[in-house]
Design a protein around this ligand. Structure first.
Ligand code: 0PR
Length: 354
């Protein structure tokens, strides 16, 4: 049988995955057959996981971070809601989220039987404080803010959301799954050091350039991990706070290797290049007369007429739309200026033809 070969990233313009750093790829292969879910047996990878959590803490303003390398942002978001629910005394708990949250919160609410209350975002596409506040009540266990939204790369007003959560004795979770490796090099207030944030999602397998699967779950307090832990009678370790049991040592090791190679200077350089690319392509699209949503983080949304979108997609570009139908260009580390220029040439050619 012919061996299958994965696609290249050469025409991938709307994904939040990217080519892993070479050291991350190599480490993933090396640690393929390890299981950090059993830390007493697989001690090396367990040590690597502690190092990853330490570095994530440094990136997010936490001196004594708690957390682990999850399977991805979805698991980390589910765990945040689970921890908040388990620590809440509400009989019928709810979570208040802006409409810009990732669809993983819908899964979390369904699995955990939490009432998901969705507040419309403001005209700036960020969480609207009044709309969020009007949904919060004494049964609210969790308030969510997003630092780098999936569709438009927006950063919610995290300090104000933290106050809202604190006033209701609810937890504040920040979803920085995608934005977390760019935000340290911006002046946004988004992390544990900026506000009373309780938990965070920050994924090495997105902008962190680690191999899939490597998500990040962080908590300010040990009590949050305790609220997630179950006893593990037949393992040498006493409890397990993760959602998955056996899990990928490849993801853990690749995140550790990526951090060794890239934190902080490599991530800063990557962010500056990605952001410059996003601003460049945003301007090029605006010059052509299209409506462009400016890139706060390296993500550009642009309103293309549907026939034009379809025509460029037929030229083998891997593209995705926002819910409203705009093209989402995610300027990940693999997206070069040359790729964007080639895309614009195809766009111009298709437009001339239509
Ligand atoms: N939170 C945010 C803000 C996200 O953007 C995402 C994923 C998640 C949580 C969930 O993370 P996991 O997918 O790791 O569980 N956002 C991307 C999206 O849904 C995921 C993605 C990645 C989609 C690569 C396509 C793709 O090719 O658009």
């Amino acid at each position: 049988m012919e061996q299958a070969v994965p696609q290249t990233f050469d025409r991938v313009l709307s994904s939040m995955c990217t080519r892993p750093h070479p050291a991350a790829r190599e480490a993933a292969e090396r640690f393929l057959a390890t299981n950090p879910g059993d830390p007493e047996t697989y001690r090396t990878v367990a040590d690597l996981e502690s190092r990853v959590v330490e570095t994530l803490g440094t990136m997010t303003g936490l001196d004594q971070p708690h957390g682990y390398v999850a399977s991805g942002g979805t698991e980390a978001n589910i765990q945040a809601m689970r921890a908040a629910r388990n620590r809440s005394s509400a009989a019928d708990p709810n979570a208040v989220v802006p409409s810009s949250v990732h669809f993983s919160f819908q899964k979390a609410a369904e699995v955990l039987d939490v009432d998901l209350r969705v507040a419309p975002v403001g005209p700036d596409r960020r969480a609207d404080l009044d709309a969020m506040a009007s949904l919060v009540d004494e049964e609210t266990a969790l308030v969510v803010g997003v630092a780098g939204t999936t569709e438009y790369g927006r950063v919610d007003p995290i300090p104000a959301l933290a106050e809202l959560a604190a006033d209701a004795s609810a937890f504040l979770h920040v979803d920085a799954a995608w934005g977390g490796f760019a935000l340290p090099f911006t002046d946004h207030d988004w992390h544990f050091g900026h506000a009373a944030v309780d938990t965070m999602t920050i994924d090495p397998h997105k902008l962190g350039q680690a191999a899939v699967p490597a998500g990040g779950f962080l908590a300010r307090d040990a009590a949050t991990m305790d609220a997630l832990a179950v006893e593990t009678p037949y393992l040498e370790s006493t409890s397990q706070a993760t959602l998955t049991g056996t899990r990928s040592g490849a993801g853990v090791a690749s995140a550790a290797a990526a951090f060794d190679a890239l934190w902080p200077d490599g991530y800063r350089e990557a962010y500056e290049r990605m952001q410059a690319n996003a601003e460049w392509v945003a301007e090029a699209l605006a010059d052509r007369g299209f409506d462009v949503v400016d890139p706060v983080l390296p993500l550009v949304a642009v309103d293309l007429p549907e026939p034009l979108f379809d025509a460029v997609q037929e030229r083998e570009w891997r593209l995705a739309r926002t819910e409203r139908g705009e093209l989402r260009l995610v300027c990940m580390p693999h997206v070069t200026r040359e790729m964007l220029s080639a895309f614009l040439r195809d766009l111009d050619a298709c437009r001339a033809r239509i």
